[in-house]
Design a protein around this ligand. Structure first.
Ligand SMILES: CC(C)(COP(=O)(O)OP(=O)(O)OC[C@H]1O[C@@H](n2cnc3c(N)ncnc32)[C@H](O)[C@@H]1OP(=O)(O)O)[C@@H](O)C(=O)NCCC(=O)NCCS
Length: 173
């Protein structure tokens, strides 16, 4: 499959909204449900990624089939960290290497162009073992467990697993 990876631009935001709603419609992946994916949600994470972080998209032809983003948290003590990372691959394109290509490009961009970033972090629900194994294959390490952090919506809770990747090319300014 021919996939092109590009930096995200504001003209893509509308299409990214549709992508996230499709991905969120399948339970067990994204933390948000489709009803919680709004234009404001997409604008907010895109604006933050543009200001302090990074957002990349994967294109199949003219269509956006995946997106990844992360940004810096507000307090200065976190200015070496890209956080609140989310990746979403269109359901029809999952399991075909798109996520791997997109996430690898994201980490490559941080390693080559973002010496200000020491740490990239994310959190994945424990039952999303496909995603956790995937992140480990990219070099992320599990850092513990946030017990009972995810509400399954059926009266039970599950752990959220914090993970981090360390930039080998970080340079303190
Ligand atoms: C998780 C996700 C980003 C992975 O992207 P993807 O394009 O589907 O994954 P890829 O095809 O690039 O495969 C990545 C790895 O996962 C493995 N994988 C893919 N599909 C799998 C499946 N159904 N079951 C188990 N492992 C699977 C692959 O073997 C691959 O590992 P490898 O490199 O060791 O071979 C994507 O499936 C997705 O968007 N899921 C829904 C949203 C989500 O869960 N986001 C993450 C929230 S923390």
């Amino acid at each position: 499959m021919s996939i092109k990876i590009r930096k995200c631009r504001p003209e893509y935001w509308e299409e990214i909204l549709g992508l996230y709603q499709k991905v969120a419609a399948i339970p067990g992946g994204l933390a948000r449900t489709s009803a919680e994916i709004s234009g404001d949600y997409v604008k907010d994470f895109q604006r933050k990624a543009k200001e302090t972080g990074l957002s990349l998209i994967a294109l199949s032809g003219m269509d956006i089939v995946a997106e990844i983003h992360a940004h810096k948290l507000q307090p200065q003590v976190f200015s070496h960290v890209l956080s609140e990372l989310t990746i979403a691959v269109h359901p029809d394109f999952q399991g075909k290497g798109v996520g791997k290509a997109l996430f690898s490009a994201f980490l490559e961009e941080v390693a080559t162009s973002r010496p200000d970033i020491l740490r990239v972090e994310l959190i994945s629900r424990e039952s999303n073992s496909k995603a956790i194994r995937f992140y480990e294959s990219l070099g992320f390490k599990q850092e513990g467990r946030f017990e009972q952090r995810i509400d399954r919506g059926d009266g039970t809770f599950e752990a959220d697993i914090p993970m981090a990747w360390i930039n080998p090319n970080y340079s303190k300014r």
